[in-house]
Design a protein around this ligand. Structure first.
Ligand SMILES: [Zn+2]
Length: 255
């Protein structure tokens, strides 16, 4: 199966990155999409996608690092986005939980990268934390101006909000949080989201699903996310994954 959102460039994999990547297939993972967060990780994403057959990647600047975004950085992103396995712009968005960049800067850079995605004809990967309404408003406005589809990764917003995203043609992605005891929204959403709009992810090395919570997350644990959601929906894991894998390929335009 596919892990649609991973961060194997993260320093948590510095000791054994090669081993993890080369072991993906025997752990049941066909390929992963490695997601960029800042310029450095976007460079690394590009590099990994060039070296390894089973890695596709995205480039973009996370809201945490919105304050680092300038014209030179954007120029470099455009170059990297030209890589033949760079399949989207992301992760971009808003994070009002950490507020690592000022909110007005986060909003400005989010809009700017949506415009960039429109120009480059790429889909976008969205990070949104404690910023539900602003994320939605900015995305809605961008949908009116540019032609793209978004995936709201690690979706933790309400079912009501989900309906609004679905109306705009967007996707959501669920990961380890769905297995956490105290996570109400992801479980409710997992039960009702139309299956053709759902992607599965790990967000590794973060968000490790139960029963490995607290340990480093890895792409192979996307299997546990699939198992959990399949149970919630009263279907087999195989049937679920067949649909979510084909969604991932469609969303990222991977054949
Ligand atoms: Zn992520």
């Amino acid at each position: 199966m596919i892990d649609s959102h991973a961060h194997l460039d993260d320093e948590a994999f510095d000791e054994d990155r090669d081993e993890v990547i080369n072991g993906l297939y025997e752990n049941g993972i066909d390929f992963i999409v490695n997601i960029g967060c800042d310029l450095k990780s976007s460079e690394k994403c590009f590099e990994l996608s060039e070296i390894y057959e089973n890695i596709y990647a995205t480039v973009g600047v996370h809201p945490h690092d919105a304050k680092t975004y300038d014209d030179d950085l954007e120029k470099r992103l455009i170059e990297l986005a030209g890589g033949k396995k760079i399949v989207a712009i992301g992760e971009i968005g808003l994070d009002y939980f950490y507020d690592n960049s000022p909110r007005n800067v986060q909003k400005e850079i989010f809009k700017r990268q949506l415009a960039l995605a429109g120009k480059l004809k790429k889909n976008v990967v969205i990070h949104s934390r404690e910023a539900s309404q602003d994320t939605f408003d900015i995305l809605k406005d961008a949908h009116e101006k540019y032609d793209f589809t978004a995936v709201i990764h690690c979706y933790s917003q309400s079912v009501e909000m989900l309906k609004e995203y679905l109306k705009m043609g967007d996707y959501i992605s669920l990961g380890g949080a769905v297995t956490f005891k105290n996570s109400k929204n992801p479980k409710e959403v997992a039960k009702v989201v139309p299956l053709e709009r759902l992607l599965l992810e790990t967000d590794c090395p973060y968000m490790t699903p139960v029963p490995f919570r607290g340990k480093r997350n890895e792409p192979k644990y996307v299997n546990l996310v699939a198992e959990y959601i399949a149970k919630l929906r009263d279907m087999t894991k195989e049937d679920l994954v067949k649909i979510t894998d084909s969604n991932t390929k469609r969303f990222y335009n991977i054949s």
